[in-house]
Design a protein around this ligand. Structure first.
Ligand code: CU
Length: 123
């Protein structure tokens, strides 16, 4: 019995580190829920639903097609609200945006990078 328990613990650790190695969102690691074993985040990625997320524009880098957004929680990434940088898939959608604008956007992950697939200015 003792050996079995040891094996289970080792397996759990292996899975946890594997999930970390697979790149659980960097932002999720900043969350203070230390009992989140990472499996939740992976499940959230698998059942991703496209939903708009509200945000405020904090900085605009037109050359690199990047936006710094203060966004609300993103359930599909298991991510809390925070300020972070996103690449904009279609830089044309950045036109007309200004720092301080309230927006809503659809986030996605491409090659481990956070990308905005759609962004709209809110009135
Ligand atoms: Cu974030």
């Amino acid at each position: 019995m003792k050996t079995n328990m040891k094996a289970t613990t080792r397996f759990t650790l292996a899975v946890s580190s594997l999930l970390l190695a697979l790149g659980a969102p960097a932002c999720a690691a900043e969350q203070e829920h230390s009992h989140d074993h990472g499996a939740q985040g992976a499940a959230a990625d698998a059942t991703a639903v496209d939903e708009f997320v509200n945000a405020e524009v904090r900085a605009i880098d037109s050359d690199k097609a990047k936006l710094m957004l203060k966004h609300e929680a993103i359930p599909k990434f298991n991510m809390n609200g925070m300020t972070m940088s996103f690449r904009v898939a279609d830089p044309k959608q950045m036109e007309g945006l200004a720092v301080g604008d309230k927006v809503r956007f659809m986030p996605d992950r491409v090659n481990g990078q956070y990308v905005i697939t759609k962004i709209e200015k809110l009135q």
